[in-house]
Design a protein around this ligand. Structure first.
Ligand SMILES: Nc1ncnc2c1ncn2[C@@H]1O[C@H](COP(=O)(O)OP(=O)(O)O)[C@@H](O)[C@H]1O
Ligand SMILES: [Mg+2]
Length: 368
């Protein structure tokens, strides 16, 4: 046992580089997006209100990383600006978002109960005005605020703070996963938000190869990964369109090679790693589901193919939730591309939908 743990013939020069929350030193092929972000944040450096932005693109196109890079710079060089990156998967209500901001600004978390939203909000706004700080809030994965129906409240509170507390200056960087479904804001929010839109298109095959090759060069010892194996990893990543898959593939393939006590990664190491890595996108999505959503998804996995009416009956008898909520949850699972819910044109008033799972039932059930 001790020998196993002491095994120092590692192929990793720096294994940290393959963790998904690692902020890479070399952020390639995103110069235009970084520039747009910098441009929008720049007014904050001289104490003015920054422009709001909307970063939009598929998962794994570098949105979170781009904002993290810009925030790193801001932290280093601008003491008047306080950047706060909020993960809306975790903080998905107005209360939670402002508690997060409060903690970053004031240094400790507000009590979790017994304090009204208004109180937390006014503490945040007062702090900004009194200390003449400009707050830049990135709402990462803002999709989750739409699911919870909190998005208008959150944006409205942030963007109109200066009306109640003159001198409180706030800019918002909204980060949205493009799900193909339009996300519509309340007109009165839209009129104060007016974001600069920054698109994060899918990486091309060549860009993916370049990014992965760079990561491998920094993270592996020389000659661990040869070109043909890199091509294979690139192909798999390109097919799923999520760079996370590629980074995870690098890590797992390399671990497979180590396990064989080999000095380099073989095509077979990649193929067996792919069985796990291709599901990373699924795991990523499912980690964030709430209890009712999991229940519904579990039912779809069980039934394999269901009619929405039938599904609702089951769902209602298990959870006693009503049709409106059911319908919201169904749409959410659909827009996350976990299920497909298409209209058949049949059924009562033509509203019946056929619901199918987009993954194998076992893959989903294993993650519930
Ligand atoms: N242009 C890039 N250069 C280097 N690494 C990147 C690049 N884009 C994304 N990554 C890496 O891919 C992973 C996913 O990126 P992320 O910023 O989390 O995507 P998104 O927020 O769009 O889902 C991260 O581990 C990140 O380090
Ligand atoms: Mg992200």
């Amino acid at each position: 046992m001790r020998d196993l743990l002491a095994w120092d013939q590692t192929l990793f020069k720096d294994s940290e580089l393959f963790e998904l929350d690692h902020v890479p030193e070399h952020f390639l092929h995103r110069d235009a997006q970084l520039q747009s972000l910098m441009y929008s944040v720049r007014p904050a450096l001289s104490g003015s209100r920054p422009l709001n932005c909307l970063c939009i693109g598929a998962p794994g196109t570098g949105k979170t990383t781009a904002v993290a890079k810009v925030f790193e710079e801001v932290e280093k060089h601008a003491s008047k600006v306080v950047p706060v990156l909020v993960n809306c998967q975790v903080d998905s209500t107005r209360y939670a978002v402002f508690s997060h901001i409060f903690k970053k600004l004031i240094g400790y978390a507000p009590p979790t109960s017994g304090v009204s939203f208004k109180k937390i909000f006014s503490e945040v706004a007062k702090y900004l005005a009194e200390h003449e700080k400009v707050l830049v809030v990135a709402l990462d994965d803002m999709n989750y605020l739409f699911y919870e129906n909190e998005v208008n409240e959150v944006l409205y509170s942030l963007l109109r703070a200066h009306e109640t507390y003159p001198g409180a200056r706030v800019g918002v960087i909204a980060i949205l996963s493009d799900t193909g479904v339009p996300h519509i804001l309340d007109p009165k929010v839209e009129s104060v938000f007016l974001p600069e839109e920054i698109a994060f298109p899918q990486y091309t095959r060549e860009e993916i190869r370049d990014i992965l090759s760079n990561r491998a060069r920094l993270g592996f010892f020389p000659s661990v990964l040869d070109d043909s194996v890199l091509d294979r990893i690139t192909e798999h990543t390109f097919a799923l369109g999520d760079l996370r898959v590629g980074i995870d593939l690098l890590k797992r393939s390399c671990l497979n090679a180590e396990r064989r006590a080999s000095k380099n990664i073989s095509p077979q190491d990649v193929e067996s790693a792919y069985e796990k890595s291709r599901l990373i996108h699924l795991s990523y999505l499912m980690r964030s589901l709430k209890e009712d959503e999991k229940t519904l998804l579990g039912m779809v996995a069980e039934m394999q193919q269901a009619n929405s009416g039938e599904l609702y009956e089951n769902f209602h008898s298990r959870t006693s939730l009503g049709y409106t909520r059911f319908y919201e949850l169904l749409n959410k699972l659909d827009s996350l591309k976990l299920i497909e819910a298409g209209f058949t044109g049949k059924g009562s008033r033509g509203r019946s939908r056929v619901v199918t799972l987009r993954y194998k039932p076992d893959e989903v059930k294993a993650r519930l």
